[in-house]
Ligand binder design. Sequence first.
Ligand code: NDP
Length: 294
Amino acid sequence: MSVIDGKSLASQIKAEIAQKIQYYTSKGLRPPTLAVVMVGEDPASAAYVRNKMKACQEVGIKSMDIKMIDETTESELIAQIHSLNADKNIDGFIVQMPLPAHIDANKIIENIDPDKDVDGFHPLNLGKIMLGLPALAPATPKGIIEMFRLMNINLAGLHVVILGRSNIVGKPLAMMLLQKRQWANATVTVCHSKTQNLKQIAAQADVLIAAIGKPHFVKADMVKSGAIVVDVGINSIPDPFKKSGYRLVGDVDFEAVKEKASWITPVPGGVGQMTVAALLQNTLEAYEKNLNLL
Ligand code: NDP
């Protein structure tokens, strides 16, 4: 078994991005700018936002933190989005999810300019992804495919089983892995909470990708010997030995599964790192398009 070092792979991507930005700014251009809109004060979301902004700083992307109170109305948030859409100096922005229950997330996403949608959640971008056309792709699926590319893992013809069918991970990832192109061409099965015989299906996977949000759900008997296991899950579980009182674990029972897998991603230090790197790639792409550099 070998552990996939998401941190080191993400550093490679960040170094490429930093180099490009340095080139552009040396020619007198302004740096790329990402805005992050957060409504409310969910501590987990605040930690994700801090991570993203730190990563921006590392590569030379200017980031803007836009905090809105919990009581923000849907129309106030939409007005904020329209102002970011219209601002030529903002190349891309994200609205940190989850949003408070009184705001319809789909309506918010639909109001984002697809060219600035660096989270890749807008229906136009997702539609293009399905058709195999160039588009800003959702960061987590994109980061996972980047991971395969950097590891030189050829998925052509392999059976990939994805656990989870969310709009931000499972579904777009399935579409992207199905494309007729390099680092894809897989045979894809998607499982969800209504899937029968999930255990047996998972055990047939050459590549098993878990994205369900259930700590340690994937056990060793669900994994074929020699399979590649990608753990997307980020779950917080109580841990009295930690100062914070909790620790983060994935959807995979890492200690047991690592003995059967050929490659496995850890949590933390795996897919999470790749997701942030892919967000930076999307921001650079949106900047290049905004400034007609492509
Ligand atoms: P969602 O809650 O939106 O979707 C979960 C999916 O898992 C659903 O399709 C659900 O099925 C399925 N599911 C839940 N329980 C089971 C079960 N017992 N058996 C089979 N399928 C099940 O989650 P997300 O996709 O947003 O996130 C999944 C996990 O990935 C979370 O832990 C999240 O924190 C993490 N995450 C990590 C990221 C990273 O950068 N590493 C980025 C995004 C998410 P159904 O549709 O039938 O309800």
